[in-house]
Structures are given as C-alpha cells and as structure tokens.
Design a protein around this ligand. Structure first.
Ligand SMILES: Cc1cc2nc3c(=O)[nH]c(=O)nc-3n(C[C@H](O)[C@H](O)[C@H](O)COP(=O)(O)O)c2cc1C
Length: 355
C-alpha cells in the first residue's frame, strides 16, 4: 500500500518522509541529493555554512535533482557575553587542547555566521523548501519567503510553539519530541518545560493546528514511521537513522562511537555549543555535566569548541566530539541513503497494510 499524504503530494514526494536537517560534519550534498532522489525530502542543515557555500549548495542541489529539497537554518538567538563563564569554559577547552596536542585556544574572530546574509541567499536562490529551528521568523520575512513561493517549515517542541508558528504563517510544523538527536528547537519556555515525548506531542499538536505536523524524534525505522502516521502526523523526519548512511559526512570516530556495543545512551547537554542538544554520553559531555549554568550562551561555546572537535575527528578521539544522536539511534544501519528510505518505508507500509 503506497503511503501518501497532503504534505507529500504538495511537495511531489514519493513518501511522507524527510531526511531531517543535520548541521555540521554530517551535512553533505550527497546525503541531501540521495534522499530527495529516493523520493523523500532531502535537507541541508546549512546553519554553519557561509553565504557563498550556501549559494553554491542550493545551485548544486538544483542541478542534481528535479525533486524538492529543503534548506535549514538556525533562527538567530540573543546572547550575552559573561566573562566569568567564558573563562571557566575556556579552561575546559584549554585542558582538552593540551590532551589533543593543540595550542591554547583563542576566542575566534567570528562567533557565528550572519543569519541576515544567509537568509538573503535563501531569498535570492528560492529553494523549494526552507525550514528553521530555535524561534520564528518575523512576519516580514515570512511574507518575503512566500512571495518567492518557498514552502516554509518551522520547528516546535510544545503545542504552544506550534500554535505560534501557525499564526506566524508557516506551511507545516515539525513536532520535535524530546527523544530527538541534536539541538532542541524550543523557543517559548525553558528546556525543562519543553521536554515532551513524540508519542504525547504529535497527537496534541495535530489537534491544535490545521497545518501538517511532521513527527521527529526517536523514530529510526518503519515501526516508528507507521506509529507516527497513526498519531496523525502527515510526515516523519528521520535524523539519527541517516547518521551511518554511506553519504553522510559522519567522521570515522563518530561512526565507531555510534556502533559501539551498548553505547546508545544519550543525554541532553550544553557542553559543546551552549544550547541543549542530545548526544551520546562521552568524556567531554561528562566533564561539564551538572555545570550547565556555568556554560556561556550559545553560540560562544560552539565557536570555542570547534578546533577541539575538528582535531578530535582527525585524531579519531570520540571523547571530544559532539556525538549528536537520538534515543533510537541504535536502530540506525550503515547503508546507502536510498536503501534506508526504501527499507523504512516498506516496513511502514507493510505494518499499516496489516493494521
Ligand atoms: C547530527 C544532528 C544534527 C542536527 N542539526 C539540526 C539542524 O541543523 N537543524 C535542525 O532543525 N535540527 C537539527 N537536528 C535535529 C533533527 O533535525 C531532528 O529533529 C532529529 O534528528 C530527529 O530525531 P532523531 O535523531 O531521533 O531522528 C540535528 C540532529 C542531529 C542528529
């Protein structure tokens, strides 16, 4: 029984399936292209891209496929500079640098990419789909995106966030359950009040908004996809399920950590970026566990920890990497992207046909 929904038909997808945005080393052109070519909605997590790289990537995606694809950015967050928290964090990074044979860290000249410059490229290049996390665009930006015929997807971790995003005019909303790998998209309440599991979040969000709800978080095979569709989701976004795909940029050390026996325990941590994200529990995460209040605001730690993470990836030392992963990451398989899409959707279709 082929599955389709209003959402998948609207975007011309073969399946109501998204390869979830994943910024960082994982985000390759090949991953996104193969996901879109396989009939899902491929996505580039472009938050750390320079405007030039973003433009080249959108053009390469357009040249590589006639299918829809999605460009994802982080909405800018206000952040403050607290010298004492920065000094304490720098001391941790200095220790890690010494262990990795690196010189003491400097404060990078550029802390984050300019959202204004990135979004200007999105508006100029007009990808079929634009998605975002960490907040909501201004009404003017929403209008500008729609004027370019861009389909807009927001990220919500609570029902109230989904309602706010619908009122702002997004076309669809991701229900990001607390099981999800990577950063939490929460923007209305503190994280401690925004941790709802997908099973509870999806149906309540479906009842509260009229736009399509996309389930994300802790879904890594066809059983999860079938369950989410039964809960009323119009589509499902898989992140962790693609981390071991042949086309993902996941480093060798990251892949090994994901596949180590009994190593799928994850925690929410601010250790690497200053904003809560879910990843495998490793040495650097444990060093800062319980000291979250002393960590500087996102994105300062993200910039300060980058040289450590890059060197650790080269040296094969997973203890210093941000090993983002969701609670169902142990179900991920090392396969080509197209095989993952097909395996997951065949399983979901078979389950739903029986049901
Ligand atoms: C490595 C990694 C990086 C991520 N980066 C982003 C991102 O840049 N933007 C975003 O909206 N979500 C990001 N996420 C969250 C995913 O889009 C999605 O919500 C999550 O992976 C779903 O849960 P799952 O990992 O259990 O499938 C990331 C997740 C992972 C695992």
């Amino acid at each position: 029984m082929p599955l389709d929904t209003t959402f998948s038909r609207r975007l011309g997808l073969d399946y109501p399936l998204l390869q979830a945005p994943m910024a960082g080393e994982t985000a390759t052109l090949a991953l996104t292209l193969e996901a879109s070519r396989a009939g899902a909605l491929g996505c580039i997590g472009a938050a750390y891209f320079t405007p030039e790289k973003l433009r080249d990537t959108i053009r390469a995606l357009r040249a590589g496929t006639d299918r829809a694809f999605n460009i994802n950015l982080f909405m800018p967050l206000p952040w403050s500079v607290d010298p004492s928290r920065i000094a304490a964090y720098q001391a941790e990074i200095t220790r890690a640098h010494a262990e990795l044979g690196l010189p003491a860290p400097d404060m990078p000249a550029q802390i984050e990419e300019s959202f204004d410059a990135q979004i200007a490229v999105v508006l100029e290049e007009a990808p079929p789909v634009f998605s975002f996390t960490f907040g909501q665009p201004s009404a003017e930006l929403m209008q500008a995106l729609h004027a370019r015929n861009i389909y807009v997807i927001g990220t919500a971790t609570t029902v109230a966030e989904a309602v706010a995003l619908e009122q702002r005019g997004v076309d669809a909303v991701v229900a990001q359950g607390m099981e999800a790998g990577g950063h939490r998209g929460s923007f209305l309440k503190p994280i401690s009040q925004s941790l709802i599991g997908s099973m509870a979040l999806v149906p309540q969000m479906v009842d509260a908004v009229t736009i399509p709800v996309i389930a994300a978080g802790g879904i890594s095979d066809g059983r999860g996809v079938a369950a989410a569709l039964c809960l009323g989701a119009q589509a499902v976004a898989l992140g962790s399920a693609f981390l071991l795909s042949d086309e993902a940029g996941t480093s060798t050390a990251y892949r090994a950590a994901l596949q180590a026996d009994g190593n799928s325990e994850t925690s929410l941590t601010k250790a690497f970026s200053g904003r809560y994200a879910r990843g495998l529990r490793n040495d650097f995460l444990l060093r800062l566990e319980g000291r979250e209040d002393a960590i500087p605001d996102f994105p300062i730690p993200n910039a300060l920890s980058r040289p450590m993470r890059q060197a650790a990836a080269k040296q094969g030392k997973a203890g210093y990497l941000s090993l983002w992963a969701g609670q169902a990451v142990a179900l991920a398989r090392p396969e080509p992207v197209a095989a993952i899409v097909q395996r997951v959707m065949q399983q979901a279709e078979a389950i739903l046909a029986k049901a």
